[in-house]
Design a protein around this ligand. Structure first.
Ligand code: ADP
Ligand code: MG
Length: 353
């Protein structure tokens, strides 16, 4: 066979590097939503408003009332691996923010028409940066940031072809916000699609004020607003601490189990994760009470020393690695078992009385 034609090794152009990197972070409109809401939360927002068009493919804007970006830093925010969240390896090992890789805005900008409109509290006016042209000019806005993302994947048609219908993409966008909203009852969320309000979840709690019961009530209220009242009436509170691991949230009663695992939410230090250790631990707590393929419902929040969990496993940070996964597995399993045992004990006592 003839030797395959070989081209010389060359550095890729910067734009192509960004587009390749973007593939890891931005798969569909919901990925953009996830990253922009992460950023708004990291900026200390108390209200986040999303406006979408065509399921987010044509337009996604995310507006927040967070700390904003000084105008001289707006161009820096778009650079790959530029972040205000970590500066060294120690920071990386104890990172408490949702973001830290400095990749999202650069990635999104390379596969869309993006603009940043932002105003920090101390700045007399807002500034608008057009990512494509680099043009930066004064504009009007109250304190906070608005990121606008238009025509996602317009320059990468191969990617655009993988998108589903607008309705499906919208559903994924909403699910992405739902995941954030379930972790942050202290933040209000609103989602508009084609000019219509499709979801609104109000903040019902101010962190640092009131007692722990208020935070607990706020979570129950948020779960009810986002997942439906049944989720709360058919679940019990989880509150458990083993060594360095704290598990809170709510676990569904066995009768509330569903045929699909669509009401299973796990968080580690406030971050939504998909993790086999956690789902296996939760499922095993139902071993004796759930049979067949029924899927329990739950929202579980694991708090653990950040040094005991690695969040830098995957570009989207949806996966984590625990330093001691047995410790976490046991904590979650016991937390859910104890929560489920309480109402059963009460029912037994009532029956024998
Ligand atoms: P990362 O979140 O990993 O730092 P991003 O590319 O998502 O990387 O954002 C880059 C930087 O832009 C952030 O570190 C932050 O300083 C700034 N930034 C992005 N979005 C916002 C926002 N909504 N409010 C304030 N600052 C923001
Ligand atoms: Mg980010």
């Amino acid at each position: 066979a003839p030797a395959p034609h070989r081209r010389p090794i060359r550095d890729l152009p910067d734009e192509l590097i960004s587009q390749i990197a973007a593939g890891e972070v931005v798969e569909r409109p919901a990925s953009v939503v996830r990253e922009l809401v992460d950023n708004a939360l990291d900026a200390g927002a108390t209200q986040i408003t999303l406006r979408l068009s065509a399921g987010g493919v044509r337009l996604i804007t995310v507006e927040d009332d967070g700390g904003g970006i000084p105008h001289e830093e707006l161009p820096v925010a778009l650079r790959r691996h530029a972040t205000s969240k970590i500066t060294n390896l120690d920071d990386l090992e104890t990172v408490a923010t949702m973001g830290f890789r400095g990749e999202a805005l650069a990635a999104i900008a390379s596969v869309s028409e993006m603009s940043l409109l932002s105003r920090p509290a101390h700045q007399a006016s807002a500034f608008l940066l057009d990512a494509r042209s680099g043009e930066l000019r004064p504009a009007a806005r109250s304190t906070g940031t608005t990121v606008e993302v238009k025509e996602l994947f317009f320059s990468t048609p191969a990617r655009r072809k993988f998108l589903k219908t607008d309705a499906t993409e919208l559903a994924h966008c909403i699910e992405s916000v739902r995941r954030h909203a379930l972790a942050r009852p202290d933040v209000g969320f609103a989602i508009w699609h084609e000019g219509k309000l499709v979801e609104q979840w109000r903040a019902t709690f101010v962190p640092g004020q009131g007692d722990p019961q208020d935070a607990h009530d706020a979570l129950a209220r948020r779960l009810s607003d986002v997942l439906g009242e049944d989720f709360v009436t058919q679940s019990v509170a989880v509150q458990h601490r083993v060594g360095p691991v704290t598990v809170t949230g709510r676990a569904g009663l066995p009768d509330a189990a569903r045929s699909r695992p669509d009401h299973q939410y796990c968080y580690v230090n406030g971050r939504f994760v998909r993790d086999k250790v956690l789902t296996h631990a939760a499922r095993s707590a139902y071993e004796d009470v759930l049979h067949g393929h029924k899927q329990p419902i739950y929202a579980l929040y694991v708090e653990i020393d950040p040094a005991r969990v690695d969040v830098n496993v995957h570009p989207t940070k949806i996966e984590v690695r625990f330093r001691d996964s047995r410790e976490v597995h046991q904590a979650v399993r016991h937390a859910v078992e104890n929560a489920l045992a309480a109402p059963r004990a009460a029912a037994l006592a009532a029956a024998s009385a």
